[in-house]
Design a protein around this ligand. Structure first.
Ligand SMILES: Nc1ncnc2c1ncn2[C@@H]1O[C@H](COP(=O)(O)OP(=O)(O)OP(=O)(O)O)[C@@H](O)[C@H]1O
Ligand SMILES: Nc1ccn([C@@H]2O[C@H](COP(=O)(O)O)[C@@H](O)[C@H]2O)c(=O)n1
Ligand SMILES: [Mg+2]
Length: 210
């Protein structure tokens, strides 16, 4: 295991959460590309806190919140929940974590998410970990996931793929134009993907290539 790259501080992108300087890595990729799986590995090796926007929304829905029905409907349709709701959940989870290094998984999902997070928190991501995977492989994985998710059915999966292409890929392209995207071939077996991920987290920032 090598040293953790703190690109945020090095590039002067550090942002303050309470009285802490924080490092944020956005973890993006299509539905089923393996974001959650790899985040669990990164947490173990590199001490980040994993915050999945989808998990936070599902927990909020189940908590009986006033937004519960709206969140449930949006997830069932594969649509993106208004940023106001998701950014608040992320901010609260960051503040409660006690950590200063975060993997924010599945966020920002669209331009509205990106702009709202930046405006409200003032945080710029250190880099974007992008799991690139063909649709057929993602579809196979989602249909075999068996975690009882209401959106893991073929009808909703197709809607989620469309939203990813139309709304989420442009956000990845935006960060790519700023040299912030670290693209990973996510079609490989879990262990091989993690080898590539490790290289990103242990390579000094000025030597990273996309
Ligand atoms: N590299 C891999 N090879 C094969 N299966 C994988 C790989 N990575 C993850 N999986 C499996 O694919 C399914 C989806 O993975 P995961 O939940 O990590 O994806 P995700 O990107 O978080 O999806 P979502 O956007 O729907 O939350 C899981 O069943 C997981 O075990
Ligand atoms: N920024 C986000 C993230 C997620 N959602 C909704 O949750 C669904 C599941 O997300 P996963 O990352 O767990 O796959 C997603 O399809 C959206 O409906 C969101 O609105 N905004
Ligand atoms: Mg996930």
């Amino acid at each position: 295991m090598g040293t953790v790259v703190d690109a945020t501080n090095k590039e002067g992108n550090g942002a303050v959460l309470g009285d802490k300087n924080v490092t944020v890595v956005f973890v993006l990729g299509g539905p089923g590309s393996g974001k959650g799986t790899q985040c669990a590995n990164i947490v173990k090796h590199f001490g980040y806190t994993h915050l999945s926007a989808g998990d936070l929304l599902r927990a909020e829905q189940k908590s009986g919140s006033e937004n519960g029905t709206m969140i449930q409907n949006m997830i069932k349709e594969g649509k993106i929940v208004p940023s106001e709701v998701t950014v608040k959940l992320l901010q609260r989870a960051m503040a409660e974590s006690g950590n200063d290094k975060f993997l924010i998984d599945g966020f920002p999902r669209n331009e509205e998410n990106r702009a709202a997070f930046e405006l409200v928190t003032g945080i710029q991501p250190a880099f974007i970990l992008f799991f690139d995977c063909p649709e057929e492989e993602m579809e196979r994985r989602l249909l075999g996931r068996n975690q009882g998710r209401e959106d893991d059915n073929i009808e909703t999966i197709r809607k989620r793929f469309k939203v990813f292409l139309e709304s989420s890929l442009p956000v990845i392209e935006y960060y790519n134009s700023k040299g912030k995207v670290r693209k990973i071939d996510a079609a490989k077996p879990v262990e091989e993907v993690f080898e590539a991920v490790k290289a990103v987290f242990t390579t000094p920032d000025d030597k990273v290539t996309v």
